[in-house]
Write a protein that binds this ligand. Sequence first.
Ligand SMILES: *[C@@H]1O[C@H](CO)[C@@H](O)[C@H](O)[C@H]1NC(C)=O
Ligand SMILES: *[C@@H]1O[C@H](CO)[C@@H](O)[C@H](O)[C@H]1NC(C)=O
Ligand SMILES: *[C@@H]1O[C@H](CO)[C@@H](O)[C@H](O)[C@H]1NC(C)=O
Ligand SMILES: *[C@@H]1O[C@H](CO)[C@@H](O)[C@H](O)[C@H]1NC(C)=O
Length: 307
Amino acid sequence: MRRERARGPEYPYSSSIGHIARVVLPLLVVVAAAAIPAPANAATPTEADALLAWKASLQDDAAALSGWRRATPVCNWRSVDCDAAGRVSKLRLRGVGLGGGLEKLDFAALPALAELDLNGNSFAGGIPASISLDLGNNGFNGSIPPQFGDPSSLVELRLYNNNLVGAIPRQLSRLPKIVHFDLGANYLTDHDFGKFSPMPTVTFMSLYLNSFNGSFPEFVLRSSNITYVDLSQNTLFGPIPDTLQEKLPKLRYLNLSVNAFSGRIAVSLARMKNLQDPRIATNFLTGGVPEFLGSMRQLRVLELGDN
Ligand SMILES: *[C@@H]1O[C@H](CO)[C@@H](O)[C@H](O)[C@H]1NC(C)=O
Ligand SMILES: *[C@@H]1O[C@H](CO)[C@@H](O)[C@H](O)[C@H]1NC(C)=O
Ligand SMILES: *[C@@H]1O[C@H](CO)[C@@H](O)[C@H](O)[C@H]1NC(C)=O
Ligand SMILES: *[C@@H]1O[C@H](CO)[C@@H](O)[C@H](O)[C@H]1NC(C)=O
């Protein structure tokens, strides 16, 4: 059963962040399964076989897959898209009430599968190591397999609002094309962010509502293209770096609320021209609300309560 977790809106600021989402979404996700060779001469299952076997393992209370029948060509099945060569390239099963797992989906039989959108169903169990997908809003549990960081063309990683535990494999910080990195609302722990690489391609970074307990992660500061950072609801401690302005010049959205940050509110926040919505409530910040924050004309929202 999936645990209900408090979570914020995915894109609280439709004007700025929503725009990025629209640009990025069509590029969604990747294949690694393509690298798995089909055994020569063996009776290789067809794509329809693979999908029907998976269907048989799923709970489908809303009959979302009722049109998946052998009598109909697979490319005509609902929620299935094929490429020009007639191979299955996309499965879009967002919020259709499915339950079950991915164990019975034979990715090797679907070599052209480039997009798998299962957001908002009731999937559970382990995440397969060989493919990358939008698995947000499910009940996946266990840890994230390190091989998950291999698919080199991954643009978006959305694993938010699941039950994932353990550390974020540092390989994930080396995804060369990643733009949207969202691991929010899980049970991840990590005190070894020091081994992470900078992520220069990332613009959206959310690690909110996990169990991270170190200082402000250095790799985030070194990911200079970031516009959105949500580290809220962890137990991060130490100062809010005064180098934010210099290191993250494009930052528009910053949420550090509900952590254990201490010290004075960094004066450099006031010099951040693009920053619209700093949220730093519920920390141990001292020194009161600095006057300079009142001089930030671009501010639309400021949460400072409970310090
Ligand atoms: C993950 O979920 C599966 C199926 O729901 C369950 O059998 C297993 O015990 C869970 N594992 C963990 C680590 O919670
Ligand atoms: C930074 O982001 C912009 C768009 O937001 C993109 O055009 C640019 O390529 C990115 N830089 C890197 C190093 O990825
Ligand atoms: C941080 O979390 C780790 C693992 O969960 C734990 O071993 C460590 O003691 C924690 N450190 C602090 C300072 O709370
Ligand atoms: C900032 O984070 C807090 C804690 O996660 C959350 O309650 C609040 O909604 C966030 N603010 C926005 C605008 O997302």
